[in-house]
Design a protein around this ligand. Structure first.
Ligand code: SF4
Length: 482
């Protein structure tokens, strides 16, 4: 089954997400079995759903996107017989964001937010999770109001030592120590330009995130050059939160860790995904569980105050007993942050075309793993503080970040909330400018391929600068040179 959408582009992703929930994909060409039309009407919009050439339903006048989504979801649920699911009418990948208007309003926000989630027909267990995450985020966002113009710096290093079967991220597979000098030099220049932009626009960077890929694929000397460039050119808040993903334990060693710590990195992410060697080999990770334990020990010895560990539920051949083993390891090591993902086989990943060849656990087992994980982590003193959904995820679960008291990652909260400027540097990085009003973003994507990124760097940095043209330059307001 497939669909076509006739209407304003601004509603097309909402329509895509609604159809995707019911297993109906976009018709790239030719005829479509479903047609969804939206057109302007006095006082708002009117929508109509057509199936196999016959009109199923026409909406009354909808005032906004949410009302159109309700109409479409209700109609598709009725026509296909598939229920709405645990998220009810909520379609966004960042569901906590829908609660922000309540968080910032005066009055009893919890009451209004709970009523809103009930109207959206969100399942009680998900409502609880969303409310808890919103509560944590409110505490962080309330502190922010006193600041200047806080912003985040995201640095993307798109190389990995091997290609995990479920992932579409890496732009290139390289061995550690292989020459990435030319890329490193370009990245340093990119960071200098990002620093100049920050100064011009009065940004003070309150969180830095090195993601990828696997940033620790750089040699210690290359990493030192990158960190020096950040320190020398970017205006940083005194207590900046600085995360480096050392996602692959086979790229972690004491020399690299010392370099990171010396420059002020205070949050490291080691991503085991799971602790069973048979599953790690199956998904093409080039390390075993012993490497994970060794890397964790070295990170602790180097004195990093916060460690995050990512795990995935739903990997091939993964069982509930495997997840229990993962939880035992988490409870022994007690990383300050734990992020629990549900497997999402991405388009462009080696897995994507061959999903049927892999023995993925059935959905009810994945659900049991997630349930077990949540129960155990809450009992161990962790709380959920951010969550997001992803396309192609098993069933309609979510990725959830848990933290020990006072250890929530500011970057993760801001990134999921999309209410802070993000300056992106590096091949594949995304920059996000929050437009006046706070609810719309202007984005710029750096090319993922390192060759294209390096060749066009200067023009790309100028295009990135232009994202923030709507803000005055420092020298214009203060009468100084930037
Ligand atoms: S999951 Fe991480 S380490 Fe594996 S290929 Fe993707 S980005 Fe690289």
């Amino acid at each position: 089954m497939n669909y076509r959408f006739d209407g304003p582009v601004s509603f097309s992703s909402m329509a895509a997400q609604a159809f995707l929930h019911f297993g109906i994909s976009y018709a790239r060409e030719g005829t479509a079995s479903w047609i969804f039309r939206v057109q302007e009407a006095p006082g708002g919009w009117q929508a109509a759903l057509v199936h196999e050439g016959a009109c199923c339903a026409v909406s009354s006048v909808c005032r906004n996107r949410r009302e159109i989504a309700h109409f479409l979801m209700e109609q598709l649920a009725g026509q296909t017989g598939k229920p709405l699911g645990r998220w009810g009418f909520m379609l966004g990948m960042r569901p906590v964001k829908a609660l922000y208007p309540f968080l910032s309003a005066a009055g009893p926000w919890r009451e209004f937010a709970e009523r809103f989630l009930e109207n959206e027909k969100v399942a009680p267990s998900v409502r609880e999770l969303l409310m808890e995450a919103a509560q944590c985020q409110k505490a962080v966002l309330d502190q922010e109001k006193a600041g200047t113009t806080p912003a985040a710096l995201y640095i993307h290093i798109p190389f990995c030592p091997s290609h995990c079967a479920y992932c579409s991220f890496p732009a290139a597979i390289v061995r550690r120590g292989e020459a990435l000098d030319s890329f490193t030099a370009s990245l340093c220049e990119d960071i200098r330009r990002a620093g100049a932009l920050s100064r011009r626009k009065h940004f003070v960077i309150e969180s830095i995130y090195f993601g990828g890929g696997t940033p620790t694929i750089l040699t210690a000397a290359q990493m030192e050059r990158v960190l020096d460039a950040v320190r020398a050119s970017v205006p940083l808040q005194e207590r900046v939160e600085w995360t480096v993903e050392a996602g692959r334990p086979d790229t972690v060693d004491p020399v690299m860790l010392q370099v990171l710590r010396r420059h002020g990195v205070n949050r490291i992410s080691i991503n085991p995904q799971t602790m069973q060697d048979r599953i790690l080999a199956k998904v093409s990770r080039t390390h075993g569980s012993r490497d994970i334990l060794r890397a964790f020990r070295e990170v602790r010895e180097a004195g990093f105050p916060v460690v995050n560990m990512d795990f995935i539920c739903g990997l091939p051949e993964q069982t509930i007993a495997d997840m229990e083993e993962n939880l035992r390891v988490i409870c022994q090591l007690r990383p300050e942050n734990v992020t629990i993902h549900t497997l999402a086989v991405k388009r462009g990943s080696p897995f994507f075309e061959k999903e049927k060849e892999w023995k993925l656990p059935p959905e009810h087992e994945v659900e049991a793993m997630l349930h077990l994980t949540q129960e155990r982590l809450l009992k161990e003193g962790y709380h959920p503080y951010y969550l997001y959904r992803q396309k192609y995820m098993t069933d309609d679960f979510a990725n959830v970040g848990y933290a020990l008291e006072g250890r929530d990652s500011l970057y993760n909260i801001q990134m999921i909330g999309e209410h802070q400027h993000v300056i992106g540097a590096g091949a594949g990085a995304v920059s996000k400018a929050v437009l006046p009003g706070g609810f719309r973003l202007k984005k710029l994507y750096m090319p993922r391929q390192p060759g294209a990124y390096e060749a066009k760097l200067s023009a790309l940095c100028s295009a990135r600068d232009a994202l923030w043209d709507f803000l005055p330059d420092r020298k214009k307001t203060a009468g100084q040179e930037s």
